[in-house]
Write a protein of this length. Structure first.
Length: 329
């Protein structure tokens, strides 16, 4: 009999709704709980479940303390079963046992949650430990519904900003295609849109970055970042570069700000396509090299395009999720 079957049958027994066969099966199985080699040993029981079963035993023991000396062994066992059933009924009545009637799980089973965003979408996720993740568009993360006792692990594709609750006993580990970032409590940004080139930028606290790509043997040392420092790892060359960064340039997106600093033509329209979830189609090409800087917060695509078009000389039409751009050469 499994743990689930036992609790279901115990509930029916306490309610008096067992069939004759079920009652006999329960009483026979309950007797075994007091014999050597208890079936409880073969179950995967949580500490709470073990405590509750012991409580059942203690209650029935008190109820039979004065009567067991006066009755025979067979009747003694039956009396134990009935009194234990009364104890079970008490636990059910207070709601203590209801949660235990659920499918059997092994210690290795873990429920994972997957969150993702499409073009032009962003979302904020609060994790089991209270940490917060701001997920950029066209990104996804995977994490356990409940973190383990010794670590907090996240898998990321795309870009996210993390605000991690401090927990010295459980490091917070973010794994991308080719980098592993470990922290205890801090805030940082990871950009992993390009699986061959991943960047980590630290805003506060301290993180340890470890290359795990196919050429990671070229960089066997861990890299520690202080606030204002970033690293970018190239999985093709195996090289990792550490440098300082402009915090606003890296993290403005999480505050719904489009921030461009000396951006070229490709970067401007790639960023707008990513932000608004649209496709750009061009007529002609820019007649000069672009070097555009601008900042837009909570503005419509039309207003943004009007501002950039006035500066850079192009006209445009927005048709659903397609933007036609014509340069005035």
């Amino acid at each position: 009999m499994t743990k689930q079957e036992f609790f279901v049958l115990a509930s029916k027994y306490a309610e008096g709704s067992c069939s004759t066969e079920e009652r006999e099966a329960f009483e026979e199985y309950f007797e075994k709980l007091y014999s050597k080699g208890s079936p409880l040993d073969s179950w995967t029981l949580s500490k709470i479940e073990q405590t509750r079963l012991r409580l059942i035993t203690n209650i029935q023991s008190e109820m039979n303390q004065e009567t067991t000396a006066k009755i025979g062994q067979k009747r003694k066992v039956r009396n134990i079963v009935w009194s234990a059933a009364a104890a079970i009924a008490l636990l059910i009545g207070t709601g203590w046992l209801v949660w235990s009637i659920q499918p059997e799980e092994t210690p290795t089973q873990m429920s994972y949650i997957n969150k993702s965003t499409g073009k032009g979408q962003k979302t904020t996720i609060t994790l089991d430990d209270g940490s917060r993740v701001r997920l950029n568009s066209e990104s996804s993360i995977s994490f356990p519904e409940i973190f383990s006792e010794d670590r907090r692990e996240i898998e990321l594709v795309g870009e996210a900003f993390f605000e991690v609750q401090k927990d010295e006993n459980r490091p917070f580990i973010v794994t991308t295609h080719n980098l592993q970032t470990t922290v205890l409590g801090t805030s940082f940004n990871i950009n992993a849109y390009d699986t061959l080139s991943v960047g980590v930028a630290l805003v506060s606290g301290q993180v340890k970055v470890k290359p795990i790509g196919h050429k990671s043997e070229l960089n066997k040392s861990d890299f520690y970042l202080n606030p204002g420092e970033s690293v970018r790892y190239n999985d093709v060359s195996g090289h990792i570069r550490k440098e300082y960064f402009d915090e606003k340039k890296i993290t403005a997106w999480k505050d719904n700000i489009i921030y461009m600093a000396d951006a070229d033509y490709d970067k401007v329209f790639n960023q707008l396509s990513h932000w608004y979830g649209v496709e750009f189609r061009f007529e002609n090409a820019p007649s000069e090299m672009w070097n555009y800087s601008g900042e837009f917060k909570d503005m419509s695509l039309e207003l943004v395009m009007n501002t950039i078009g006035y500066s850079k000389g192009f006209e445009f039409q927005i048709r659903n999720d397609v933007v036609e751009v014509k340069f005035n050469n």
